[in-house]
Every structure is written in structure tokens, then in C-alpha cells.
Design a protein around this ligand. Structure first.
Ligand SMILES: *Cc1c(COP(=O)(O)O)cnc(C)c1O
Length: 449
């Protein structure tokens, strides 16, 4: 551990810098080893490519950038600029509009939670109400406390227990009975299925805004394996850019109609009310992450869904309680496994699997009446070149720990050995793979030849 006195004791500025860099290098190296040797199966993380990461250093830094996605006369707080940053904003917004079939694309939210909160604050005032997924149905955590604090009423979307799909008829009844509802937001974080958005549009009163939070499935939507929320009837699509979209940690809000009455309030809540700076140094990595998806998104998203289905089937065959047998387990990047009490699920995620080199989260299982379990995502593994034929091996690792109760440390070494065939560079479906073929794919081609 490097202390301030070590630095002060170094005789010259150069050697002071060297001690700092040595200490940082040790952290980088530990991070690299950890990532290489672990199965990254949290559903909310990904590996951005080297190309996208390098773009984070392309600009000399960030200027302030307040310009909203609606046209406005220049007011207070003008920041002079060469025009380069505004040109980058325009490139990103144009590509975002094109990819989400939107008329506006606001790149400014510093994450999915900021995007969601701005949508809530821009659509509802004190005394109004909104509808979203309850926690037990996978609803995200960033809206309810805020709503309670400022006096916005909260309702939960009715969900059918077996299919995990929205009960559209009961949602229509709720909207008819509660005219104070101004927003319906589909904010699922545990998401195995596409929800009937087009049917929901049909029953929406004209004064209620319909928003779709694509934080989890953004990459699957842009890759064309799930429908486009705006084309299916949503007024707003929002989300972040680091789950199935393998970009930096940012967010976006896009409107179907540039004349929508809540465009201005939602945009103003993003910035300047909730945020002042929007991490403009991430403009280029954000843009390149979307370029990457526009080039490789379809095969990437198709492989993710194949991998998730294969993982679910293999885990079921290994004796794990995989959720959703009646609908083929999953239509997304996620697979859920029911474990038991909250304590047992926490122990499985935080101790047993973590010690075995497998990362995932413990969650409440939707539609289970309070059972807890594990949420796995396959999007990051897919970027390492892992395919459905490899899922039997991965399911076996998990079952050895959770079903056969083998010591996790024994499995850990085998996980690390298995992952040597899937190095972190170059990643599959990435700009990096254009210069160097991913190791796993090269190996498979050699075996096939
Ligand atoms: C992850 C998630 C968020 C939060 O995104 P951040 O970028 O972490 O702020 C918001 N909504 C949903 C549905 C999510 O799954």
C-alpha cells in the first residue's frame, strides 16, 4: 500500500510519479487478472471494447454542454467552443434517433436512474400518480422513494404470475379508475420476456405518457431480436448504455414525437435541474458504442439469446430450479434460478459462487410469492466469444457448487482454466475484432477445418 509519506520521501518529482504509477499498476494488474479469470454473469455489466475505451481519451477533456434536444433561443450560460463538441453531440444524437426510431435523442443523463427520474419529474407533479413494476415483479428501485418524498402517488402494474406478462385488461381498469395517473413506465430490471407494448398502447388514455426503460434490453432491441419500443407505441424510450449495450456508463432519453408536451420538462429535469455537467468526455465512447452495435448488433443479440436459452436448459438439466419453464425460460439475456430464502440466495451469490469465480446477483424471484434466487446474464460472456455449446460446461460449474456442494475453491481453478480460451481481447462483435480475430472463434474455425 502506497502512503503519502512514501511519495513525499521520494527524492525527485519523477520518482514521486514513479511510485504513484507503480502503485496504480498493481491495482490495474489485479483488476485484469480478476476479470480474466472470472465468469462475469451479472446481468447489468459488460466489457466495452478497447476501441470504445480508448475513445474516452480522444478529447482534451470536456466542456460544459447544456443544449437541450428541443430548439431554444440562447439564454444565460453560453460556453464558447470551437464547435467540435457540438458536432459530436449532433453525430451522437443523429445516430441515436436513427437507431431508436426516435425524433429526439438526449445523450445527457448520467445513467439510467437519472433518465428515469427525469421522466417521472417531467410528467408528474405533486398530487399526480404513476404506474410502474412493483419490486416483486422486477421494477427498478430509483422511482418510489423520490415519488413518496414529493407526494406523487404510486401504483404497480398488474402482472400474471405464471406468464410474467402484464395483465393489460387490469391495467386498463386501473388507468380508468385513477385519472390522476400521468405516467406508465415499464422499468423492469428482472426481465425474461418482451411485454405486450402494442396492446398497452391501445388502452392508454391520450393524456397518459407511456415510457419504456430499455436499460437491460437496449442491445437486444438495437440488434433486432426484440421490437423497437417507440415503433410499438411507447412515447419515450430511455435507458443506460452499459448492460447489453457495451458502452461507457451513460444514459439517454428519446422521444417518438419531437412535439410531445413533456419533452421540455423531461429535458429540463435532466439538465440543468438534476445535472449540471453531463460527462461530455464520454460523448465519443458513447457514440462509438452505438456505432459498434450498428455494425455487429444483429449477430451479437442473436448469440446472446441463443446463449441464454442454452444456459437455462443446461442448468435445468443439472437440477437447478430455473424460472419460466412454461415459456421456454427466457427471451432476453437473463436467466433466473430460484434458491429459497433471502439469506440462502445471498450466501449463494456472495460466498459460494463468488469463491468459485462466478459473478451474479441475488434477487427476489418474480411471481414466486417471496422466494429469492439468482439472476444471471450472458451478454458479457457472449463478448468473450462464448457460445451455446459452452453453456453445458458453465452450467456444470454452477451446479457443482450449488447442487453437489463441492468446495468452491476447487471449481475456481477450473473456471480460470476454461476462460483461458476466451481472452478479454479482442472481444467478439466489437471493433477490436476487425483487426484481430477473437481467439475462441479462430480456434473453432481451426477445429472445423
Ligand atoms: C440498471 C437500471 C437502471 C439504472 O441505471 P444506472 O445507469 O445504473 O443509473 C435504471 N432502470 C433499469 C430498468 C435498470 O435495470
Amino acid at each position: 500500500m502506497l502512503s503519502l509519506t512514501d511519495i513525499e520521501d521520494s527524492p525527485t518529482e519523477v520518482s514521486k510519479m514513479e511510485s504513484v504509477c507503480d502503485a496504480l499498476a498493481a491495482d490495474f494488474s489485479r483488476d485484469n487478472c480478476y476479470r480474466s479469470a472470472h465468469l462475469s454473469m451479472t446481468a447489468s455489466e459488460n466489457y466495452p471494447s478497447k476501441f470504445v475505451r480508448a475513445m474516452g481519451g480522444a478529447m482534451q477533456g470536456a466542456f460544459y454542454e447544456f443544449a437541450p434536444p428541443y430548439s431554444t433561443a440562447e439564454g444565460e450560460w453560453h460556453f464558447p467552443d470551437s464547435g467540435a463538441q457540438a458536432a459530436l453531440v449532433q453525430k451522437l444524437a443523429q445516430l441515436g434517433c436513427q437507431m431508436f426510431q426516435a425524433q429526439t435523442f438526449d445523450w445527457r443523463p448520467n445513467g439510467g436512474a437519472a433518465a428515469e427520474q427525469a421522466v417521472l419529474l417531467g410528467t408528474c407533479s405533486r398530487g399526480d400518480a404513476f404506474v410502474h413494476f412493483g419490486h416483486q415483479d422486477g421494477g427498478h428501485s430509483s422511482l418510489e422513494e423520490l415519488a413518496r418524498k414529493i407526494g406523487i402517488g404510486i401504483f404497480h402494474i398488474p402482472v400474471q404470475e405464471d406468464s410474467l406478462l402484464i395483465d393489460v385488461q387490469r391495467l386498463a381498469e386501473l388507468l380508468a379508475a385513477q385519472p390522476e395517473i400521468k405516467l406508465v413506465i415499464l422499468d423492469q430490471s428482472f426481465k425474461l420476456r418482451w411485454q405486450p407494448l402494442a396492446e398497452i398502447r391501445e388502452i392508454m388514455p391520450p393524456t397518459v405518457t407511456l415510457a419504456y426503460d430499455a436499460s437491460h434490453d437496449g442491445g437486444l432491441i438495437l440488434g433486432g431480436v426484440l421490437p423497437q419500443p417507440l415503433a410499438a407505441g411507447a412515447d419515450i424510450v430511455l435507458g443506460n448504455t452499459h448492460k447489453t449495450i457495451p458502452g461507457p456508463q451513460k444514459g439517454y432519453v428519446a422521444f417518438f414525437n419531437a412535439r410531445h408536451p413533456v419533452l421540455k420538462p423531461v429535458s429540463d429535469w435532466i439538465c440543468p435541474y438534476m445535472q449540471s455537467n453531463s460527462h461530455a468526455e464520454l460523448l465519443v465512447p458513447f457514440y462509438m458504442a452505438l456505432v459498434e452495435i450498428s455494425l455487429f448488433g444483429r449477430p451479437y443479440a442473436q448469440q446472446i439469446v441463443k446463449n441464454a436459452k442454452a444456459l437455462a436448459l443446461c442448468m435445468h438439466a443439472e437440477g437447478l430450479r430455473v424460472v419460466g419453464e412454461s415459456f421456454g425460460y427466457t427471451e432476453t439475456h437473463q436467466v433466473l434460478v430460484s434458491i429459497g430464502s433471502p439469506g440462502e440466495a445471498l450466501h449463494a451469490a456472495a460466498h459460494l459462487l463468488a469463491l468459485a469465480g462466478i459473478r451474479c446477483n441475488n434477487i427476489e424471484i418474480p411471481g414466486s410469492g417471496g422466494r429469492h434466487g439468482l439472476r444471471f446474464g450472458v451478454q458479457a460472456l457472449t463478448r468473450r466469444g462464448i457460445q451455446e455449446i459452452d453453456m453445458a460446461v458453465i452450467a456444470r460449474f454452477i451446479a457443482r457448487v450449488l447442487v453437489r456442494k463441492e468446495p468452491p475453491e476447487l471449481v475456481r481453478n477450473e473456471v480460470a482454466l476454461f476462460l483461458r480460451s476466451f481472452p478479454l481481447h479482442p472481444l467478439a462483435f466489437s471493433l477490436d475484432s476487425q483487426y484481430e480475430e477473437p481467439h475462441a472463434i479462430r480456434l473453432r474455425e481451426e477445429v472445423a477445418a
